[in-house]
Design a binder for this molecule. Sequence first.
Ligand code: CAA
Length: 388
Amino acid sequence: MDFELKEEHKMIRDMVRDFVKNEIAPIANKIDEEETFPEETVKKMGELGLMGMEIPEEYGGAGMDSVSYAIAVEEISRVCPSHGVIMSVNNSLYCYGVYKFGTEEQKKKYLVPPASGETIGAFSLTEPHTGSDASNLKTLAKKVGNEYVINGKKVWVTNGYHAKYVLLFAVTEPEKKHHGITCFIVDTEKEGVIKSQPEKKLGIRAAYSCELTFEDYKATEAERLGNEGEGFKIAMTILDAGRMGIAAQAVGIAQGAFELATKYTLEREAFGKKLYEHQAIQFYLADMRTRIEAARLLTYKAAFLKQKGVKYSEWSSMAKLFASETAMWVTDKAIQIHGSLGYSREHDVQRLFRAAKVTEIYEGTSEIQRIVIARNIIKEMKKLYEEG
Ligand code: CAA
């Protein structure tokens, strides 16, 4: 067992850190305050190979491993969680899905542009009446001849506003429940897709989420990802990858807030000594660091298992659960350490605090992660019991 990062991982970390320092840090507060999608820096992320990190070069990606991906999402989210989620949705929720389940033709057509950063991809599962209960979909894809006619509404589609391509989950055979769900690659420039204005959000306000309404949108068989009825499994497989990415985002948010808080304790004085000299503050810093390191180890383990090609869904859920709750806890304490300064909208720490909350919600709430983890425990226990 070796906990040391490989040379290539350190190089990725340094490259991304430099990019973040020079290009993203100067605009991070402004784009969040003004709710502006950062088109130029997202383009640059594509040029650096950050939009399709784990996708082989022949399909427009950078051909890196999952640990490199986790490190890059963390480094970006440490300063700007909006850039972090734009990147992670494109990488894990879109590119990974097309790469894993797409045909050769689909990969050439629908993977190369988003993996190289030329366009953006999104993932569309949630509907107005159902989020966590993901198999209870109403969006209908009716087979008419060789085509599917799609009608329905999707909500909270991160990247949806800018995406050219979206992975859409719709019901083809309602009586079959989750076995009646099918996945489609939707081209949002075709007729029948209506995008809403971006949602007004608490945090990650430079990353746009919108509604997508489908009115007689026509998808051909060549635009179906996988077979009919395989959509739910495809969504779950993709979300395993996505949750590892959100865990990395949460680790980055927590790390960023921790660094800001630590720096502040070295500068600020109270009752005749520096903040860090007060034991109450030292205890906060010790707990913050410990939780962040534990969350990072869980995240790297999930990434390591993913790149090894073994089942990692409970590890991804454990990483997301622990890292997102860590991000919430650490950013709260980071504001507390800053006092009223931390409550100012001019300061980065409140932006990280607002961003942390969504990591406990999107790509499966903390409650959903606990369900996934608990079901795996029970499965393992039953197997052990049956084996005697
Ligand atoms: N990989 C592959 N298959 C899986 C799987 C996985 N990780 N998890 C479950 N499945 C399969 C099961 O094996 C089962 O298959 P069979 O019936 O063929 O045996 C099938 O899926 C159904 O499984 P369950 O009975 O466990 O399904 P369920 O209805 O109880 O739901 C759940 C399970 C984990 C709660 C799931 O509904 C879930 O993850 N819900 C949360 C959805 C979610 O994360 N939504 C966020 C969307 S993205 C977003 O946030 C917006 C954005 O843009 C960022």
